[in-house]
Design a protein around this ligand. Structure first.
Ligand SMILES: Nc1nc2c(ncn2[C@@H]2O[C@H](COP(=O)(O)OP(=O)(O)OP(=O)(O)O)[C@@H](O)[C@H]2O)c(=O)[nH]1
Ligand SMILES: [Mg+2]
Length: 309
């Protein structure tokens, strides 16, 4: 199918800087080398520098050693195929089960994450994608804190041609969430996407507010499955991972969406995410446009990451 081809080509192009940094460098160092400890040390260093994380790096090096022994590999270049296999294995560890099918009531996705990671943009993309799939989507504009946040999400709602429930700047986000939840039920929506603030006066404030939004939605829609989806910015590499715990403690984390994987060399962080976190990656962001979102496909991602290497 041409669409599939386009999807893969786009992924590959988006990941090209990461590919160069990771598999590109590794394929350079293995060339005409014997597979020995020195070479493995060099590969280890490249993996660490490419934001793959200590845990995944150690795992990969261990797997290379074991496989080299088992398959009696002697040439440096032989590690490339093994690495590709092992990276695909890590990426496939927590398969995404992001479904919005539910017969009883709307499914709710609470979109959370620190400021500027791409929450609002991702909601615009998700709304478009679900609407194209024939779903009734409603957006709740619960970032009432930042000036212009409401206008920003309203523009995305218009672009994707879906309903939005909003209030004015400074309004109580939980009350917007309540109204949106009621509207979602009344209008028989399939999914309610809740945009939230990335920054308040303090982090504790933000976490309390997110908890309150979640509570209020549970009250308004007792039957609704509510999922917290954490947005992280892939271009910040290892730093992206440190944000997971605080959000998970506050509102849980049922899925991750990694944005800004286009144009960064830090996409190796996807391997760290799969290795270190027990949560699936549902989608990836590959640009600022309305179509720049893909469902995360571990095999395809590994293929794109390791292509031409
Ligand atoms: N290149 C690229 N840019 C992105 C992507 N996703 C979001 N952005 C950009 O990142 C910037 C911040 O995006 P927002 O959607 O406003 O982020 P946010 O998390 O809602 O920010 P706050 O509401 O301030 O917390 C914008 O300039 C977006 O266009 C992506 O996948 N790739
Ligand atoms: Mg926002």
């Amino acid at each position: 199918m041409t669409i599939m081809f386009g999807t893969f080509e786009k992924l590959k192009k988006s990941l090209s800087k990461t590919t160069n940094r990771l598999m590109g460098q590794i394929s350079q160092v293995v060339r005409r080398r014997k597979l020995d400890d020195d070479l493995l040390d060099e590969i280890e260093e490249i993996l660490i520098e490419a934001d793959v994380g200590v845990s995944a790096t150690m795992y990969l090096i261990e797997r290379l050693k074991e496989t080299a022994r088992e398959r009696k590999l002697t040439e440096g270049e032989e590690v490339l195929a093994v690495l590709k296999e092992e990276i695909a294995t890590i990426l496939s560890r927590h398969p995404s089960a992001a479904s919005i099918e539910n017969n009883i009531s709307p499914v709710v996705w609470l979109i959370v994450g620190v400021n500027g990671v791409g929450k609002t943009t991702t909601i615009g993309k998700l709304a478009t994608l679900f609407a194209h799939e024939g779903k009734k989507v409603i957006i709740a504009a619960c970032d009432t804190f930042r000036a212009a946040a409401i206008d920003q999400i309203a523009i995305w709602a218009e672009r994707s041609n879906v309903d939005i429930i909003k209030s004015q700047e400074g309004a109580d986000p939980a009350s917007v969430a309540f109204d949106a939840a009621k509207a979602a039920a009344a209008r028989s929506a399939d999914i309610l996407l809740v945009d939230t603030a990335g920054r308040l006066h303090t982090k504790a404030n933000l976490m309390e507010e997110l908890k309150k939004i979640r509570r209020v939605i549970t009250k308004a829609l007792p039957e609704a499955p509510i999922y917290s989806k954490l947005i992280i910015d892939g271009s910040t590499g290892q730093n992206a991972i440190s944000q997971v715990k605080v959000f998970t403690d506050a509102v849980g984390c049922d899925g991750i969406i990694v944005t800004k994987l286009d144009g960064t060399a830090k996409g190796g962080v996807m391997i760290a995410v799969a290795q270190e976190l027990e949560v699936p990656v549902d989608f990836i962001g590959l640009g600022e446009g309305i179509d720049d979102l893909q469902r995360f496909d571990p095999k395809q991602f590994a293929e794109a990451l390791c292509s031409d290497a």
